[in-house]
Design a protein around this ligand. Structure first.
Ligand SMILES: *Cc1c(COP(=O)(O)O)cnc(C)c1O
Length: 379
């Protein structure tokens, strides 16, 4: 049968990452906010047109910063899709918030905006939509509801860097947005993230929170003559070594996205007949959305068939994975009152979704092997 194992994800060097890391060492600035961090900030700000981008140690930490900047307090409610990674909710729970779990739409698996308003109460402080798979949520409706109720929107854009909604970049729509540069994302430095800030009034405090609650950023700019403790905060800035690696990736954004688009479209086209024959659903991309090509997933008709397909692929040395377990039914979610039936779409799709291997350097031969193996599958 087959050659080597095809992994689900493989982080790879694509441009000048290693050269830039050597340069960072030669610069003698390995801590945060060195020359490469500044280059990453400028690239993100200019490309996306956001007032401020700040690299963070992870998307999780960018979410934690967002919760601090919104002054989330004990008893506040935050609306979050149940179908997401734990960090989306944890960041707010750490500040004492009560998560209110929203279900997702059956087509895009994004927060169901038609059921959003009924979740809002007097205590709702934030809505955190996740652009699942880098496909935009229905943001005009979400933003309109948020505006009417004066609730902040924070986009968890871990999947969606450089994706667009009605011509506007994802990450520029909420008051803040968070990015991930974890090794499983389109662009990586191993572990890393960014906070995008669209409200300039939040920038100064964001710099303080990110620098351990000190006004060190102002000190380095010569705006104050000594720096001191002025607010709560933590250490949310990554080493310039990691920023150097990341800059090498971000510089290749067009090439990386072109490659990912190609891989995505091959899956989509060559699996269409097979999927139709076995009642397998392929991803749905609304017309007014330019997706970020973060993943290729399929929805099997049943949990049993997914289990069989994972096994079948494993026998062909191909690793396919699933996610997310519904947050409202997790141990923590249940402590916040989550119950079976609260989010029926989430509960259903989480049993049936499967992600196929997808990474920047997935070769045509590897992809052919995966598609052949799928075509051979008999449920
Ligand atoms: C990956 C991911 C995160 C967390 O990112 P880290 O950089 O690993 O902290 C948060 N939200 C979503 C939707 C993610 O996919």
């Amino acid at each position: 049968m087959s050659d080597a194992l095809i992994r689900f994800n493989k982080p790879t060097v694509i441009g000048n990452e290693l050269q830039y890391m050597q340069e960072a060492i030669a610069n003698g600035h390995l801590s945060g906010d060195g020359p490469f961090t500044k280059r990453c900030h400028a690239l993100l700000e200019q490309t996306l047109g956001v007032p401020k981008a700040l690299l963070t140690t992870s998307c999780t930490h960018a979410l934690e910063m967002a919760a601090i900047l919104l002054d989330i307090q004990a008893g506040d409610e935050v609306i979050i899709p149940s179908f997401t990674f734990v960090s989306t909710v944890n960041a707010f729970v750490l500040r004492g918030a009560k998560p209110v779990f929203a279900d997702v739409r059956a087509d895009t698996l994004n927060l169901d905006e038609t059921r959003l308003e009924e979740l809002i109460t007097e205590r709702t402080k934030a809505i955190v939509p996740v652009h699942y798979a880098g496909v935009a949520c229905e943001m005009d409706t979400i933003l309109d509801i948020a505006r009417r109720h004066q609730i902040a929107v924070v986009e968890d854009n871990a999947h969606g860097l450089f994706g667009k909604y009605r011509g506007r970049y994802l990450g520029t729509l909420g008051v803040m947005a968070t990015q991930s540069f974890h090794e499983t994302k389109n662009f990586t430095c191993g572990e890393g993230g960014a906070l995008l800030i669209n409200d300039p009034a939040l920038v100064e405090r964001a710099e303080i929170v990110r620098e351990k609650g000190t006004n060190r950023s102002r000190f380095f700019r010569g705006q104050v003559d000594k720096y001191t403790w002025v607010d709560i905060g933590s250490s949310y800035l990554p080493s310039d070594l990691l920023a150097a690696f990341l800059y090498g990736q971000l510089e290749q954004a067009e090439e990386i996205q072109r490659r990912r688009q190609y891989i995505w479209e091959i899956y989509h086209r060559l699996l269409a007949d097979w999927a139709a024959a076995w009642d397998i659903r392929q991803p749905v991309i609304p017309d007014d959305v330019e997706q970020a090509y973060h993943m290729y997933y399929i929805l099997l008709p049943s949990l049993q068939m997914r289990t069989k397909l994972i096994e079948h692929l494993r026998n062909h040395d191909i690793k396919a994975v699933f996610h997310y377990l519904p947050l409202h039914l997790s141990d923590m979610g249940r402590r916040f009152g989550g119950q079976e039936g609260d989010c029926p779409v989430t509960e259903d799709v989480s049993n049936r979704l499967l992600r196929l291997p997808f990474y920047n350097t997935l070769s045509s031969e590897e992809q052919e092997r995966i598609i052949d193996a799928l075509h051979q599958f008999r449920p």
